[in-house]
Write a protein that binds this ligand. Structure first.
Ligand SMILES: CC1=C(CCC(=O)O)c2cc3nc(cc4[nH]c(cc5[nH]c(cc1n2)c(C)c5CCC(=O)O)c(CCC(=O)O)c4C)C(CCC(=O)O)=C3C
Ligand SMILES: [Fe+2]
Length: 349
């Protein structure tokens, strides 16, 4: 193998009350998120003692991947770095260099394309290498996996299990959710000339594949965790508004599947397990939330398969017609102008 290590690159989250505000400032720096929204989100974190489960979940997933690598006889140490909280990716890359890592693969904990889900992880790679300067390892990011059969299979089984939780004949509607983004960011996602909307189209495709895998008929794709100033349009409808609309249509139960995420981090346990579940309960509707794939053994297999596929130069195992994208060297974009960040209100002028 031509690689010395695997870098697990994630979002990061606070690990105590004093981390919450500095973490949120890291996330939103220069992005025009209003102060009131930050205060509101800080409350969500404080509800859990200021601790997001995301770092623990990433550490658990890494342990599973280390086991799977060992089982397959692949000697690849795994390092952990985040965009927004400790362990910060800059520090991790410095440690990798000090350990003599020359060339590493990078697994980003997002399955999708788009600025926030893909390109921003490229920026993290570029920034971390630049911070170290000379001697920084070469970093090769692995491809998007929203349509990988192991991802789709794990999520489909979780959807089936959530329906089973509600019982057979509730007629529960399946609702897929992913993190909302500004409509301008979604429109600009994908390589120039590809028609844009790569992020929302991939989410819709993943939902279609999972629904087929789980054997569910009707389903909807909606959005959650909207941020940003109210005058900026984001992808809609919101999950909570959608539950109201389903109720008005006579739907008596919902299965919510956070297909846009890989683990039960705060956006899932607050926005779905609290807000969406509360609304369903108020309306007297049944509610079950499908598990994210992080805890499924197929998730570790998926990561290792992405590694072996890449190192063997094997064809991408995938279920959609979207081109395999996201695999680039040292934080380069997939193509010039691919998934460009859009101008934020606070940066204008
Ligand atoms: C597409 C997408 C993903 C999925 C891809 C991926 O997984 O990477 C994702 C994941 C996550 N988002 C997370 C948390 C937050 N996202 C925020 C803000 C934003 N997210 C955005 C998009 C996305 N976000 C955007 C366009 C913004 C506006 C500001 C900006 O343009 O950057 C804010 C600021 C406060 C707020 O306004 O909500 C927070 C706290 C956590 C960690 C949860 C935890 O701590 O457990 C995770 C995994
Ligand atoms: Fe986010």
């Amino acid at each position: 193998m031509n690689y010395d290590a695997l870098l697990w690159l994630s979002f990061g989250g606070p690990e105590g009350p004093d981390d919450v505000m500095p973490f949120l400032e890291n996330v939103t720096r220069g992005r025009g998120v209003p102060r009131e929204r930050l205060e509101e989100v800080a409350e969500h974190y404080r509800h859990f003692g200021g601790v997001s489960p995301i770092n623990r979940l990433n550490r658990e997933a890494i342990a599973a991947v280390e086991k799977e690598l060992a089982a397959q006889g692949i000697a690849l140490p795994v390092y952990f770095g985040n965009r927004n909280w400790e362990p910060m990716v800059e520090d991790t890359v410095a440690r990798m260099a000090a350990d003599g890592v020359r060339r590493a693969l990078v697994f980003p904990t997002s399955a999708y394309g788009g600025y926030s889900a893909c390109r921003q992880y490229d920026e993290d790679i570029e920034r971390a290498r630049a911070a170290h300067g000379e001697g920084a390892p070469e970093l090769v990011k692995l491809r998007q996996f929203f349509d990988h059969p192991l991802f789709v299979g794990a999520v489909a089984d979780a959807v089936r299990a959530a329906h089973a939780e509600l019982g057979q004949d509730t007629g529960a509607r399946t609702v897929f959710t992913a993190h909302s983004v500004p409509t301008s960011a979604d429109a600009a996602s994908g390589p120039p000339g590809s028609g844009g909307h790569r992020y929302s189209r991939q989410v819709a495709e993943a939902a279609r594949l999972v629904a087929a895998g789980a054997g569910v008929d009707g389903y909807d794709v909606v959005w959650q965790s909207r941020s940003g100033p109210p005058q900026v349009p984001w992808l809609e409808p919101d999950i909570v508004d959608h539950i109201d609309a389903l109720h008005a249509d006579g739907v008596r139960a919902v299965v919510v599947c956070p297909v846009g995420f890989v683990s039960d981090h705060l956006e899932v346990i607050w926005d779905l397990d609290n807000e969406a579940a509360d609304r369903a309960r108020e309306l007297g509707m049944g509610f079950a939330r499908a598990a994210t794939p992080n805890g499924d053994p197929r998730f570790a297999e998926l990561v290792v398969e992405l590694v072996t596929e890449h190192t063997a130069g094997a064809p991408a195992r995938k279920l959609s017609d979207f081109p395999a994208a996201g695999c680039t060297v040292n934080g380069a974009p997939c193509a010039v102008g691919c998934c460009e960040p859009v101008r934020r209100p606070s940066r204008a002028g």
